[in-house]
Design a protein. Structure first.
Lengths: 357, 359
């Protein structure tokens, strides 16, 4: 019989090696799968992981895709560090997009330059409001934030669907659910003509730097770390439990909300029944793949974005099915969790040991 | 079939005269497709993919085809379409209504690429639109349903309340009423084109509410199969789905995009492509009916007769008198509803539909 036994010491380098090893093994597994499918593994892997980074349009699309993943991933990692498990970023993303879009929907022919900043602020507030519900229920009734935040995803999705097929539906849209297209003043400016990178992408890339500064240089960052690694000690040190729950959930919700409104006000340009291909959930993978570290999250978000874009290229130039994208993301997480387990625990044989019980 | 044979001969002649000039250039024309679901949905996307394969079969020496599957309607569609254009595809078919704006956006960026958008209504210099008169088949289905149903209640799973879908519901209702004026159609909106679990759930809800015939305007076989599980008759959609419900499928409205796709591809090869809108029905063969199965032969005979009179143009499903839900006469007795604006922008239910159109 095999059993897991906690290691007495964990090496710091192992924590950083495991995502890299996970990616490498994912590549190897991918190669095996491609081989079994009768495709040349080298070419398929190149198309998948390298080609998106070899052209300006590919880089632009990777950045556009990585933006929301990084933003949400940063917010989640702050909470995860403190041991607050916000699983409902997808809902906070939608809530931010909905509240943030309100000005653009109501003043659909506005040219006022204040409309965009207002929308961004409302987007953050919308995400925060959605995250405030699990925070309130957790601090008041000790309700499990994993369940509450997850269930609120479905509420947010239904709210969005209701709005875009009901009161907010474009009267000129032939009955197809969706709001009017936002006016130009309500859209984030594009950075380069002909490419879809926009101001929001830039903001998403700056947030990790800010987060890194806050987490490593500020008292708040210190508290978060203590709270997550030693809750009891934290309490003795006077770090306030409810306040920490509120702070981390609001940060996670706010950043997810910002990602939501920036997505609506850029590449989408309107609200539709479905505005996210699951960014809020994929960002959980991103946060862990990035070791809950801001720089790591930025790198992980980019890596996951590459799998999305590469998956499309693989369909076009190698005739690979779309399912391969989801498969890759799943395999990465699988290996990552396996390595993490093995850095913290080791396999031992029970029965041989005398001192087992 | 006759239409197809004629088309094939025209194409062949065109290609022969053209072959000499064309074979000089080594590069094949690349034709791209954007699909909302997987080709394995055995419905809507499957039908488009069959048409793509027809291009491969007939024009394989001159053309190379590519598809991207499961592309959501929205910003991802814009990227996928642009990616096809960037990779040298000169003719791109975008095969879902929600690709309309993304198609137009990309078309602006790639003026030398031709785009074909299915079921949309906005054209441009390099964007054509095309659709089929599915409602013709729906009318036939309505008649069959009224003959077979015992409860007098039909369950209709609908995707989005756009004119194309509303038109289908109305045509079905009119067909049913032509047999039994008291027939009822109940509608469930699932707000998705392809979501098998949701489609199946909707079918179950409708059957629980007493529907004993199921039909759907969604892309998968799920509703048909859910009905088959309870021994309830149902219709296939977009393709013949008989293998998924051998004992319960009555018929299916077939989408035959092949001849159109081949023709448009040849147009691009020969430099004669031009934008515009195509809206064909049973006459030119873009809409067909799967074999009439699991019904008494008298019913099958009636269905065949109706389909034939629609095909020849002797009968139009939207022939008055037609009343809306408020009881107002919208098409006078003996008149036929015009393509535009009435059919193209249809946003009302005819009398007898047991549902309120989502507003």
């Amino acid at each position: 019989m095999l059993a897991l036994e906690a290691r007495a010491t964990q090496s710091a380098s192992a924590a950083w090696l495991s995502p890299l090893l996970a990616m490498a093994l994912t590549g190897l597994t991918g190669a095996a799968i491609f081989l079994a499918m009768g495709k040349a593994p080298g070419i398929a892997l190149y198309i998948y992981f390298i080609e998106p980074l070899t052209s300006w349009s590919g880089l632009s699309e990777v950045a556009v895709k990585a933006g929301p993943l990084i933003l949400i991933g940063i917010g989640l990692s702050v909470g995860f560090r403190a041991g607050i498990w916000n699983i409902g970023a997808e809902g906070q993303f939608i809530a931010g997009a909905v509240l943030g879009s309100a000005p653009a929907v109501v003043f659909y022919d506005s040219t006022n330059l204040l409309i965009l900043p207002t929308m961004l602020v409302l987007g953050v507030l919308g995400g925060m409001a959605w995250a405030a519900i699990p925070a309130l229920l957790k601090t008041r009734f000790n309700a499990n934030e994993i369940l509450v935040s997850l269930m609120l995803v479905y509420v947010a999705e239904l709210l969005l669907v209701h709005l875009v097929q009901g009161p907010w539906r474009n009267p000129q849209g032939w009955g197809f659910p969706g709001t009017r297209m936002f006016p130009d003043a309500a859209l984030l400016p594009m950075l380069f003509p002909g490419y879809r990178v926009h101001l929001g992408t830039l903001i998403a890339l700056l947030i990790p730097l800010l987060a890194w500064f806050v987490l490593t240089k500020s008292r708040f960052g210190f508290k978060v770390r203590v709270f997550g690694s030693a809750p009891l000690a934290a309490r003795h040190a006077g770090i306030n439990n409810p306040r920490m729950i509120w702070a981390t959930l609001l940060i996670g919700g706010g950043l997810a909300g910002l990602a939501g409104i920036m997505e609506a006000a850029s590449t989408i340009g309107q609200l539709m029944p479905k505005i996210s291909p699951g960014y809020g959930f994929t960002a959980i993978i991103v946060a862990f793949l990035g070791r809950l570290h801001p720089v790591g999250v930025a790198l992980a978000g980019t890596a996951i974005a590459v799998t999305y874009i590469g998956g499309e290229g693989a369909q076009i130039s190698a005739g690979l099915p779309k399912a391969v994208t989801g498969l890759f993301q799943g395999i990465i997480l699988f290996y990552l969790l396996a390595f993490d387990l093995l850095t913290r625990y080791r396999l031992t044989r029970i029965g041989n040991k005398v001192s087992a019980t | 079939m006759k239409y197809f044979a004629k088309l094939a001969s025209v194409l062949l002649a065109a290609l022969l005269s053209f072959g000499v000039a064309y074979s000089a250039s080594a590069d094949k024309l690349k034709v791209g497709f954007i699909y909302i679901g997987p080709p394995g949905d055995h419905g809507w996307t499957y039908a488009h993919d069959q048409a793509r394969l027809m291009i491969d079969n007939m024009l394989g020496d001159h053309v190379e085809t590519t598809y991207v599957e499961g592309v959501p309607e929205g910003p991802d569609a814009e990227r996928a379409i642009a990616k096809l254009a960037e990779t040298g595809h000169k003719l791109i078919f975008t095969t879902s209504f929600g690709y309309m704006e993304p198609t137009l956006k990309v078309a602006k960026r790639f003026p030398d690429v031709k785009f074909e958008h299915a079921t949309g209504y906005k054209q441009a210099d390099n964007v054509a639109t095309y659709s089929a008169r599915f409602y013709e088949g729906r009318y036939v289905q309505g008649q069959i349903a009224a003959k077979i149903s015992k409860s007098g209640v039909i369950g209709y799973i609908a995707s989005f309340p756009i004119p194309e879908v509303v038109r289908g519901i109305n045509a079905f209702m009119l067909g049913a009423q032509s047999i039994n004026p008291d027939m009822k159609v109940k509608v469930v909106w699932v707000y998705s084109w392809f979501d098998p679990p949701k489609e199946a759930d909707a079918a179950k809800v409708l059957m629980d509410q007493g529907a004993d015939i199921i039909t759907q305007h969604t892309d998968s076989t799920a509703a048909l199969q859910a009905a088959a599980d309870r021994g309830i008759h149902a219709f296939g959609q977009a393709s013949d789905m008989i293998q998924f419900a051998p004992d319960t499928q009555l018929t299916a409205v077939l989408d035959d995009w092949g001849p159109y796709y081949v023709k448009r591809t040849v147009d691009v090869l020969m430099g004669t492509w031009s934008p515009g809108d195509t809206w064909n029905g049973m006459g030119p063969g873009m809409v067909g009916m799967a074999p009439f199965t699991n019904m008494p032969s008298a019913v099958a005979m009636m269905a065949r007769k109706t389909a034939e009179s629609i095909r020849t143009g002797a009968f139009h499903p939207f022939t008055g008198p037609i009343y809306n839900q408020a009881g107002e006469l919208v098409v006078a007795a003996g008149e036929v509803a015009a393509d535009f604006p009435m059919l193209a922008t249809m946003n009302f239910y005819v009398q007898g539909v047991d549902d309120k159109l989502p507003e």
